[in-house]
Design a protein around this ligand. Structure first.
Ligand SMILES: [Zn+2]
Length: 327
């Protein structure tokens, strides 16, 4: 069934030096690409070889695996997983004949920054800006008991205190129930020369059964936001932190899901103002749904807020270890 899509695909196969895709990759390792669906796609088996991984198709999944890493792709679906953590690709992979393809944008902006430290820009990580969402006249989402603005502040303060204990310089965009525009938040990050921007929110949905955690980073140029109806935003740019944005989002989401066992809604892309205008790598975390009774109760509790904060800090520490190592 998976092979049937091949007819729709106009294939123009090119053999391309990997150096053309990414100057930092080794020139002798060829990753071929094709054009399909008005886009450029790369052979997954070439990608696997590049990372020294095995590539095989089983039960409708395409798996790339090595001793420590397993990446799962589901043809025709944007959801993928790296070591059990969900990531939402910009374009769905597809199978044709014996080969599976992922978009070159997903390879370079999503997979490579997670699998290869060398893909990341090294930078100082000393000042971290914590941004509790909403505040003042802007309540954000509302549950039965809790308001998003209050929970975001409580969790943000906990994250800030834990980071300070780890030796970071922490700045918080608001430390009280006051209103700030989105522009004021990114201006503060610039003013304090933040090295990392972490915006904290909670979610809400019409369906009260929906729960779980998701982490957003900026959609790279030429890709749509995860929840956008448009297929491609050709004119919208990403930023110079695209790869680092992806890695910090992945580390934080993985840590959050591993520790809280919440439903994994994945690492997603968006063009939220604070992500678009951040002067440093930036993420926005949706810590859970206030519209879900049990998740609201957890989010109001001290133990769960501490668990969320600890997970976010752990994700930041993991990211930090990756941007100082050149391996
Ligand atoms: Zn919010």
């Amino acid at each position: 069934m998976l092979l049937s899509c091949g007819k729709k695909v106009l294939l123009l196969a090119f053999c391309l030096s990997i150096a053309l895709l990414s100057p930092s990759l080794h020139a002798s390792n060829k990753i071929r690409f094709i054009r399909a669906y008005n886009n450029k796609y790369v052979y997954l088996r070439d990608v696997a070889r590049y990372y020294g991984m095995k590539c095989y198709v089983w039960k409708g999944m395409v798996t790339l695996s090595s001793k420590y890493t397993k990446v799962l792709f589901y043809p025709q679906k944007k959801a993928a997983a790296v070591n059990g953590t969900k990531i939402i690709l910009s374009f769905a992979p597809f199978v044709r004949g014996n080969d599976c393809f992922i978009s070159s944008k997903d390879f370079l902006s999503t997979i490579d920054p997670i699998l290869r430290r060398g893909a990341l820009t090294k930078h100082t990580l000393r000042t971290i800006m914590i941004d509790p969402g909403h505040g003042g006249k802007d309540n954000g989402g509302k549950g039965v008991y809790a308001k998003e603005k209050s929970l975001a502040l409580q969790i943000g303060r906990r994250v800030g205190q834990m980071l300070q204990r780890k030796g970071y310089r922490v700045v918080i965009t608001r430390n009280s129930d006051r209103y700030l525009t989105l522009g004021q938040r990114t201006d503060l990050a610039r003013k304090y020369s933040a090295d990392l921007f972490v915006s904290i929110h909670t979610n809400i949905a019409a369906n009260k059964a929906v729960d779980g955690i998701e982490t957003f980073c900026l959609a790279p140029a030429g890709t749509a936001s995860t929840h956008s109806k448009k297929t491609v935003w050709k004119t919208s740019s990403g930023n110079s932190f695209d790869k680092n944005n992806m890695n910090i989002a992945f580390q934080v989401q993985q840590s959050l899901i591993n520790r809280t066992k919440a439903d994994d809604r994945g690492v997603k892309r968006a063009r939220f103002f604070v992500l678009r205008n951040a002067s440093c790598p930036a993420i926005l975390i949706e810590c859970g749904f206030l519209s879900n009774k049990s998740e609201e109760n957890k989010l109001r509790s001290t133990w769960y807020q501490n668990l969320i904060a600890k997970s976010i800090v752990e994700g930041i520490l993991r990211y930090h270890s990756r941007i100082v190592s050149s391996k």
